[in-house]
Design a protein around this ligand. Structure first.
Ligand code: NOJ
Length: 562
């Protein structure tokens, strides 16, 4: 835990004013703190409810700082907690420089930062930069008249004919991406809900205002931002129609290729500028970077490593089955992309990893297998709250229970994202110990067996396995700095690799099949001839000399001993 102790010392010096916030500390390999940190995403509505109103809050998060520290978390990314009408549960911001009263106050925020400092937990906020709420003062002014000072802060256009939107673009949440405003007779553009009008990033005043927002929070002690929906920042100014594709989407709209309204090259210029502002405070930028190939992912690091330090690799999450060949291919591609890899297996927009990878029979075991996998790769993991206790999706059963608007619109094909956003399961008590009032979303019945209190007492729990692996990540030099070296690349069942550093190595072997597997590792080629394996963490697996035996979905992490 030496590394964590040093991090805590750094925070202590920082809070004592002995260490300027401009100080950047790098390790012997030139790596910065975030390269060896474990990030943990918190959906604030659902983490911990301190005032028992059924919705989580900042004081709730602060009260769990010890839990986070003990788990092995170094940074929490909190999804938007700013004032918002909550149409998209915070991703519709009406004031970027405040806290929604539902979550508390700025003073609560400051206390959370302070508590994080004491425990070595950095705070990362979510920056929604593509759009604001339609209730933001900027948009209200913009919509007030065609000559309003903020008119050009959003994207307004005439219809192409009476009652016809300017072009064929559709919103990712269904329907046309244009909404007519009766007062001024023009349409405004919204990639997401109509209540989320897109900002006009071609306007320098927008750039300045938004860059200043990040400065404001850096001064308040945040260590970085997760940037929302970065690929949607720019649109073709000529508004070319998007090419149509066969079929219809789940909302009944024609399928389109989002050629003219996503991934425009101009967005990289904004990322470079955001990065230079972040560099003033040694902050880190994490990207919600949906990419379809490795070249796109590479581009987000910036040609001169001057854009995002941490673009998340979502291609990894699209591998929805335990397929060693697919994971091997993706891990190798990201590992050699030139930037620091960032791995994710779940978040608030996708079905929980417990269900996506689980086979319905071995889900707990598979949850440990996935932990042993993505938490031992070279790179930074971003966990999703509850993953460490095997939280499952709890999808609404009836349309009238759905809270997420896309679930209402697309029911029953699209049930919305409520299922993956349910309250954190703390105890086997009323409402899983999340709140004394009925929570905003119901907890699944599995809270009785999958909760923090119960799991902490069980040495074989998913939670204790996570703690073990996260502790290894923070202490074992090969897991901290080691190169990723794939092994046995033709094995269709077992994914295995080394993490090797300065003549030492850790071997990871993951049985992705439902049959038992035995492998004798010959590591001569990798410079470890005659090596034996000493277990560091294992689940349904053991090693004798260089032979690893894995039960169905068994996971083995062991030191290579010469
Ligand atoms: C991505 C966020 O993760 C998602 O939850 C949100 O609905 C959209 N961006 C719009 O901000």
């Amino acid at each position: 835990m030496l590394k964590r102790a040093l991090t805590s010392l750094f925070f202590f010096l920082l809070s004592a004013g002995l260490c300027a916030s401009q100080t950047s500390s790098r390790d012997a390999e030139g790596h910065e703190w975030w390269q060896h940190a474990v990030f943990y995403e918190i959906y604030p509505r659902s983490f911990a409810d301190s005032n028992n109103d059924g919705v989580g809050d900042l004081q709730g998060i602060t009260s769990k700082m010890d839990y986070l520290h003990d788990l092995g978390v170094d940074a929490i990314w909190i999804t938007p907690c700013f004032p918002s009408p909550q149409i998209d549960f915070g991703y519709d911001v009406s004031d970027y420089e405040n806290i929604d009263p539902m979550y508390g106050t700025l003073a609560d925020f400051d206390r959370m930062v302070e508590e994080g400092r004491k425990k070595g937990v950095h705070i990362i906020l979510d920056f929604v930069l593509n759009h604001t709420s339609d209730q933001h003062a900027w948009f209200k002014d913009s919509a007030s008249s065609r000559t309003a000072p903020h008119r050009d802060w959003y994207i307004w256009r005439d219809g192409r004919a009476p009652s016809q939107p300017p072009n064929n673009w559709i919103s990712i949440f269904g329907g046309s991406a244009w909404k007519i405003d009766d007062k001024t007779g023009q349409y405004y553009y919204h990639f997401f809900y109509p209540e989320q009008p897109d900002l006009n990033w071609r306007n320098p005043a927008v750039e300045k205002a938004m860059f200043d927002v990040t400065r404001w929070w850096y001064r308040r002690g945040v260590s970085g931002f997760r940037l929302d929906a970065v690929d949607t920042l720019f649109e073709d100014p000529e508004l070319h129609d998007n090419p149509t594709l066969p079929g219809a989407n789940k909302y009944g709209d024609p399928n389109l290729e989002n050629k003219y309204n996503t991934n425009l090259p101009e967005l990289h210029d904004v990322l470079r500028q955001l990065r230079s502002v972040a560099d003033e405070s040694h902050a880190v930028l994490i990207g919600e970077t949906w990419t379809s190939n490795i070249e796109q992912l590479k581009a987000y690091y910036g040609a001169r490593s001057d854009e995002l330090q941490m673009p998340m690799d979502f291609m990894f999450t699209t591998i929805n089955k335990l397929d060693p060949a697919e994971f091997r291919r993706q891990a190798a591609a990201v590992d050699s992309a030139g930037g620091w890899p960032v791995y994710v297996i779940g978040n608030h927009d996708m079905v929980r990893s417990y269900n996506r990878y689980g086979d319905g029979f071995h889900n707990d075991q598979i949850a440990k297998l996935m932990a042993a996998f993505y938490l031992t790769l070279r790179g930074t993991p971003v966990m999703y709250y509850g993953e460490e206790i095997g939280m499952e999706n709890n999808d609404p059963q009836r349309k009238e229970d759905v809270k997420d608007p896309i679930g209402k619109l697309g029911w029953p094909t699209e049930k919305g994202r409520d299922g993956e956003r349910t309250p954190m399961q703390w105890k086997n008590e009323l409402n899983a110990g999340f709140s004394k009032s009925a929570p905003w979303l119901p907890v699944p019945a599995s809270y009785a067996t999958h909760n923090v209190e119960t799991d902490l007492k069980d040495p074989g729990s998913i939670l204790n396995f996570y703690k073990r692996i996260l502790a290894l990540r923070h202490t074992n030099p090969a897991l901290i700095e080691g190169a990723y070296i794939p092994l046995n690349q033709d094995d269709p069942n077992v994914l295995s690799y080394l993490r090797a550093y300065k003549g030492k190595a850790v071997l990871v072997a993951l049985n992705m099949s439902s049959g038992a597997q035995k492998i004798t590792f010959d590591l001569a080629q990798q410079g470890f001839s005659g090596a034996k394996l000493k277990p560091l963490a294992a689940s349904e697996a053991e090693a004798v000399d260089s032979r690893v035996s894995l039960q169905p979905f068994g996971a083995f992490v062991g030191e290579v001993v010469k």
